[in-house]
Design a binder for this molecule. Structure first.
Ligand SMILES: [Zn+2]
Length: 296
């Protein structure tokens, strides 16, 4: 309960509307406005308008209005319990609002009892509990390629990673046709460096109508990693060239979906795919691997 004693300007006296616990009374001074009074009592103009059921914001000097705060009640042949009943508050609240009364069982005529203002909102005494931390399940270690490095440096790509493997895609060189997305898109700014996840040998290099400037790296006898939509290659690469884990391959771009040089048909990102190359080429879901490398 917000409680003030000895407020200047409070007219000590019972406000007329007995039966409800209300605020203190205040006598309007020359030059006062609802705004000025609201500041003085740390409240709002709306609160003052509602307390006083005002239909206009014009005040005149000498007008008595209700403001936030305890109001005074002068004891006259009654007990504290009877006073609490008169104002519709609990005896406990009344006793708490009157710490100056050492024995609430003994009050006498003429004694001032402060009636707490029930229109004041109770201040929040306990801070809101901190939100529970979001527990991210630790990604499972994949059976293969666990020692790979994530193809983009930490802090250079969009989080969280979203698995869009097997989502629908419709662009084909022959026109719109529904197909499966056979990799995962990692969004990053144009020009973000892309690194080789593992050691390997480049088996495809150059333009591809889907992947734009792309590079395919064989990492073992049955598996190839595919990096697509590059804006530019790192120097020294080409078909047959061996690369090392962590070696710069090129930069994120938005190339592809058309004849050589097409770019900007979508937002810049690295499309990464994993293909089993034997007995025939087929994609597998690269997401569990990416999640693992991301955490390393
Ligand atoms: Zn993609």
């Amino acid at each position: 309960m917000k409680f003030k004693t000895g407020i200047l300007g409070v007219t000590a006296g019972l406000l007329l509307m007995a039966g409800t616990a209300q605020g203190a009374s205040y006598t309007v001074l020359p030059g006062d406005s609802l705004w000025k009074i609201s500041l003085k009592y740390e409240t709002t103009v709306t609160d003052l308008v509602q307390r006083n059921q005002l239909t206009s914001d014009v005040l005149y000097p000498g007008q008595v209005i209700e403001v936030p705060g305890p109001s005074a009640h002068i004891v006259q042949d009654e007990t504290m319990w009877q006073i609490s009943q008169k104002y519709g508050i609990t005896l406990d609240a009344l006793i708490k609002a009157n710490p100056q009364i050492s024995n609430p069982n003994n009050v006498w005529n003429g004694l001032t009892v402060w009636i707490p203002d029930t229109k004041l909102s109770t201040p929040v005494s306990t801070p809101a509990p901190a939100p529970a931390p979001v527990v991210q399940p630790k990604p499972a270690q994949p059976a293969a390629y666990a020692d790979g490095v994530f193809p983009l440096a930490k802090g250079t790509f969009q989080l969280p990673l979203v698995n869009n493997y097997n989502d629908g895609r419709s662009w084909t060189p022959a026109g719109e046709q529904l197909r499966k997305h056979d990799g995962v898109d990692i969004f990053a700014k144009q020009g973000t460096p892309i690194y080789s996840i593992l050691d390997g040998q480049i088996i495809n290099y150059g333009w591809n109508e889907y992947g734009g400037w792309r590079v395919t790296i064989r990492v073992d006898s049955t598996t190839a990693f595919y990096y697509a939509h590059l804006s530019e290659y790192a120097p020294g690469l080409g078909k047959g060239v061996s690369v090392k884990k962590g070696q710069l391959l090129g930069y994120v771009g938005s190339t592809g979906y058309g004849p050589e040089g097409t770019s900007g048909k979508f937002d810049p990102h690295l499309h990464f795919g994993i293909y089993k190359t034997s007995p025939s080429w087929s994609s597998i879901d690269p997401f569990p691997y990416l999640k693992w490398w991301e955490q390393q």
